[in-house]
Design a protein around this ligand. Structure first.
Ligand code: SF4
Ligand code: F3S
Length: 379
């Protein structure tokens, strides 16, 4: 890389490194973001972080004063769906706020630069902010045959992940592929795909699985880091508890129908039209931890179950193999009642569920419908 390329790296991403000396509040004011929109954003982030609403003014004050953090976004074996999720945020004000707070210095898909210029931008952030930048990874990392199945800039994904994640303050693995290998890692996993934690052991990784990641969860994770100066509390799968601490089944709007034994039996039947429970159509919500029912997608308008399709369990490790077949019901529903976390329930789906379902079964035996406990015997 020559000096001209190196010096021009800041301009390539449309930002001057001097801007980082200003606080986020100052930058937002300079860009004409109203105080009202900023406070609305802070309220949304407070809710996303599962903090009490009264915390919102404190979060606003902290964000007002804090400096932006440089971010590099690496794409490996992926479909770019997580980038799409970030860019397709329906509310322009929030999208602007996200980009202003993140200060994305390198992103292969959205940056104007290409080739050597793009690599110069990455190298500049790496050298100038070593140990201080946040690395966002999208896509899985192929390990087989020395990592030959993916490369950019003449280096393997594995090599790049080791270098860039290895010197980051923290790495955020967005989407299930970056977190756990995702669909590229599904049996027979021809490229030996794994997630960041497995490819680069020992580095600080926050997993934000989902297919795609919910952009609000990504922003909330960064906001948490900026405001509290540390990463959020994680579960045993490396997922922030504020976003993955609750089971979909326990927050689902169709849950009353599950409890009442009212199920969709066939796509388009009367139960489907009435919004009945999708358990019998293969919904994996009882075994999946994610805040989809509350956080939702597309400006909070909908989410898979809300749209009439069962949850595919996309935020769980190895979901493509363990949650298959997609349209067959789960053999068992883990735990019963609310307030279970992934760590309390454990990775095994069946353990400890028979007794719980027996209770449910006893109640449902009074109703005319077959209920999931009976289906388990058939299964
Ligand atoms: Fe909702 Fe699925 Fe649970 Fe039914 S099985 S209540 S649709 S999460
Ligand atoms: Fe994925 Fe299920 Fe949410 S399929 S997006 S975890 S509802």
């Amino acid at each position: 890389m020559d000096k001209e390329q190196f010096d021009g790296a800041d301009d390539l991403v449309g930002r001057s490194s001097e801007k980082r000396e200003y606080s986020i509040g100052e930058i937002l004011r300079e860009r004409g973001v109203s105080r009202r929109d900023f406070l609305k954003f802070c309220s949304a982030m407070t809710a996303a972080l599962a903090l009490p609403a009264a915390f919102s003014p404190k979060l606003a004050q902290a964000l007002d004063e804090v400096k932006r953090v440089p971010v590099v976004w690496l794409e490996f074996q992926d479909c770019a769906g997580n980038t799409e999720a970030l860019l397709r945020a329906a509310n322009p004000t929030v999208a602007e706020l996200v980009l202003d707070i993140l200060s994305v210095d390198y992103h292969e898909t959205i940056m104007a630069a290409a080739g050597h210029q793009a690599e110069a931008a990455l190298e500049k952030t790496f050298n100038d902010y070593r140990g201080k930048y946040i690395c966002v990874v999208e896509g899985s990392i192929p390990m087989k045959d020395g990592g030959v199945y993916g490369c950019v800039g003449g280096r393997s994904y594995l090599d790049r992940a080791r270098q860039i994640c290895g010197s980051a303050a923290a790495t955020i693995a967005v989407g299930t592929c970056a977190a756990y290998g995702g669909i590229p890692a599904a049996v027979p996993n021809p490229t030996g795909a794994v997630g960041v934690m497995e490819a680069v052991p020992g580095v600080t990784v926050i997993n934000l699985p989902g297919c795609p990641v919910n952009a609000d969860n990504l922003t909330a994770t960064i906001v948490h880091y900026l405001v509290f100066g540390k990463i959020p509390d994680l579960d045993s799968h490396g997922r922030p508890l504020f976003a993955y601490g609750k089971r979909i089944h326990d927050n689902c709007e169709r849950r009353p129908h599950f409890d009442a034994g009212q199920y969709v039996e066939k796509w388009g039947d009367e139960g489907h039209r009435k919004g009945y429970c999708l358990y019998k159509m293969g919904c994996k919500g009882p075994a999946t931890f994610h805040n989809c029912p509350s956080q939702r997608y597309n400006e909070k308008t909908s989410w898979p179950v809300g749209a009439g399709h069962g949850c595919a369990g996309c935020s769980e490790p190895n979901f493509w193999d363990t949650m298959s077949p997609m349209y067959k019901r789960l053999p068992n529903v883990p735990g019963f009642g609310i307030e279970h976390t992934a760590d309390q329930i454990g990775v095994g789906l069946a353990v400890g569920t028979a007794a719980a379902f027996a209770v449910h079964g006893a109640l449902k035996a009074l109703s005319k419908d077959k209920e999931p406990g009976e289906e388990t015997k058939e299964g």
